[in-house]
Write a protein that binds this ligand. Sequence first.
Ligand SMILES: [Zn+2]
Length: 163
Amino acid sequence: MPMAPFLSRFYDLAISEMRTLIIRNHPNLPDGTYGFLELYCDEPGCDCRRVTINVIEASNPMTVLTTISYGWEPEEFYGRWMRDVDRAKEAKGPSLDPINPQSRYSATFLTLFREQLNDEAYIARLKRHYTLFRAASQQVTTTRPATSAIRTAKRKDRRKRSR
Ligand SMILES: [Zn+2]
């Protein structure tokens, strides 16, 4: 499942509704303004119901400090299509992404992200963003199917030949 930044399609919304934490005098983290950037699946027809969070700091937004995966559905939902108990547990998350960037701050950010999940409104927002992004992903692929473009091209070609 290819994950793409929410802001690639909904820039203003993504920025205004991004969860940010202003950290001062934390025992494990440098002072800073940290953003939980959301990425959603871009694969047409997929229904994975997850978000990937890239933790970035405002003064250095190109550096991903932590990558978190989180699925809001019950574990059984992920088990149904993954057919693997361990992977389903991981999909439900939140957990640190084993493939994508991490840093020595990752464990702390995972704890902070878990705390955000006590806020029902934040979870509802993530679901809403997922739904928006998924709808946009479907549109791109269904506006002009390749087959109809080919059919039109063939028709034009036939007309040319019959002249
Ligand atoms: Zn997906």
